[in-house]
Design a protein around this ligand. Sequence first.
Ligand SMILES: Nc1ncnc2c1ncn2[C@@H]1O[C@H](COP(=O)(O)OP(=O)(O)OP(=O)(O)O)[C@@H](O)[C@H]1O
Ligand SMILES: [Mg+2]
Length: 240
Amino acid sequence: MSRILDVKNLIGGYGKVQIMNDVDLYVDEGEFVTVIGPNGCGKSTFIKIVFGIATYYSGSVKHKGEEVSGWRTDSLVNRGIAYVPQVDNVFPSLSVRENLDMGGIHLPGPLLNERIDEILEMFEDLKPRMSDVAASLSGGQRQMLAISRALISNPDFLLLDEPTAALSPLYQKQIIERIDALRSKGITVLIVEQNARLSLARSDRGYIFSNGKVVHTNKASEILTDPQINEYFLGTKKGD
Ligand SMILES: Nc1ncnc2c1ncn2[C@@H]1O[C@H](COP(=O)(O)OP(=O)(O)OP(=O)(O)O)[C@@H](O)[C@H]1O
Ligand SMILES: [Mg+2]
């Protein structure tokens, strides 16, 4: 199995404000890996540094064996990496179709149509909504659109930042299932999730961040059954 992402000793933040402090994390091809941790611990920042939209200071970020630390986002997209941001991940005033078009402005029309058709097979709920503005979608449909938009560039490595935030439990489950299903299309997944249990249940491995650092990593099944982690990070209340 080859290593799709290999991060070592990563330090970075926003301009001069250092947030990440010496992070080691890897993702192998075909894996589903979840990052969890308290609010403000640097989960989004980590993904943003990897994707070239927050400031890289030092350390190594290898994609498929090649050093890509500090690379520009467009070059990373060309290598097959895509990212679904935590917030503002669709254009609310544009239609579903226009949002998808925006994800593929670099593609020739016929190829774009082909990609959109393929993606709609996975996210059928969007099919009848193509000419509606994104603002009219439900929260779950909006996340499906954001993920669809990221898939237009035909990535084989997807970075997702809290795709189930603010969704109903039914949609949370559906979104995680759909993301897991992307693996059968050859897509490797690195996800940041507040709904830790739900995401870890589908994951191969997990990382726990705290204060800009990795404080724990293990197989997802081990994390889910570790009593101490359950108490501190998975929100198990006494009597659960
Ligand atoms: N643009 C920015 N400039 C400076 N500091 C920022 C910026 N965005 C976030 N931060 C700070 O970076 C730290 C890490 O934030 P980050 O958004 O990565 O946390 P998170 O783990 O994703 O939290 P959440 O679970 O709330 O999404 C926080 O202290 C936050 O205030
Ligand atoms: Mg975040």
